[in-house]
Design a protein around this ligand. Structure first.
Ligand code: PHE
Length: 340
């Protein structure tokens, strides 16, 4: 092969290999292998050669051409691979990077206690019902033996909407509504919900608070059933060793009525600030349903009897989590809520 051809082959191979991208490679290809390229020029030299040398020179040029095409193809493949690798690198997902953290919400302490209480009663066979937050005087007061002159009906204590509608001051109206709706015993329900009283907010009062009403009516229901259900609730809610104390009380819609306290689970009933050094914490009111209340719900007190109870959910939450101010439950201060 003559020197010029050898040089051409070396230059071309070097130019192909030096190409850093497809465009540069295509330019190099045009310069050497293209119609007006350097190989073409060599072909043009054929005519100038004596006829006896034309054959071997033509072979040499073709050989160079073939070799260059191979160099081109391999550089092209190499550039394509580099390009693909770059693309893959750019798109790569680094699975070892720490993930994005989304703030996780929490269940409000009040809702937690509410849910827990509902589950305890459901396990004992109670159904969950609801009643309206806006009530009539009949359901909220009269049907529950709270006459017009009863102190609890003082306008100072209730949020009235019109002359005889108000925000319910207790969940007890659901007793009447449930008896009316169910029509006949047995009835075994709880009714959790919001209740409202015109109290100025302080550490132990909130104008909005929550209660769980309980109601069980059937033939032969006694104070023994009431005791069993509420003792079980107290143990489930506050711990197996907690004892329950039943003392006489008064509610217009139950007779007899009881006030129920649990032995202080904080000091083991020895006496501490939480139980005001008495060893006992009052947590709920209850009683056997008054015959007139059964009648107001459409039931016959000569045939059936029942018990009812009312639990303050807010108070349960304060006790359970050692919170000393009910207002914390309503202020939505994240520094407080994040602790639960
Ligand atoms: N409704 C009463 C209250 O708000 C509680 C209660 C309910 C008492 C049922 C006895 C029976 O104080």
């Amino acid at each position: 092969m003559d020197q010029e051809l050898t040089k051409l082959l070396e230059d071309a191979a070097a130019a192909f290999k030096a190409a850093r991208n497809n465009q540069e490679l295509q330019d190099a290809k045009a310069a050497y292998l293209g119609k007006k390229g350097r190989i073409g020029e060599q072909m043009a030299r054929l005519k100038e050669l004596p006829s006896n040398r034309r054959g071997s020179f033509g072979d040499s040029v073709n050989k160079v051409k073939t070799q260059l095409e191979e160099v081109f193809a391999s550089r092209k493949a190499e550039l394509d691979r580099i390009k693909l690798e770059e693309k893959i690198r750019a798109q790569k997902l680094d699975v070892t990077l720490p993930g994005l953290r989304f703030p996780v919400g929490r269940v409000h302490p009040l809702t937690r206690v509410w849910n827990e209480a509902v589950e305890i009663f459901m396990a004992m066979g109670f159904d969950v019902v609801e009643g309206p937050e806006i009530e009539t005087e009949w359901y909220n007061f009269e049907a529950l033996n709270l006459d017009a002159d009863h102190p609890a009906r003082d306008e100072q204590d209730s949020f009235y909407i019109t002359g005889d509608t108000l925000l319910r001051t207790q969940t007890s109206p659901v007793q009447i509504r449930t008896m009316e709706r169910v029509g006949k015993p047995p009835v075994q329900v709880i009714a959790p919900g919001r209740t409202f009283r015109r109290d100025a907010p302080d550490a132990s009062h909130s104008p909005v608070f929550h209660q769980i009403e309980g109601l069980m009516v059937d033939k032969g229901i006694t104070m023994g059933n009431l005791k069993a259900v509420l003792e079980e609730f107290n143990r489930e809610m506050f711990g197996k060793d907690v004892r329950s104390r039943f003392r006489p009380d008064f509610f217009p819609f139950t007779e007899p009525s009881v006030e129920i306290a649990i032995s202080c689970f904080i000091c083991g009933a020895k006496g501490c600030p939480a139980c005001k050094r008495t060893g006992w914490i009052e947590i709920l009111g209850a009683g056997m349903m008054h015959p007139q209340v059964l009648r107001n719900g459409g039931f016959n007190p000569d045939e059936v009897s029942g018990f009812a109870f009312g639990i303050g959910i807010d108070r349960l939450a304060l006790l359970k989590y050692g919170i000393d101010d009910i207002r914390l439950l309503y202020e939505n201060d994240l520094r407080f809520l994040n602790q639960f």
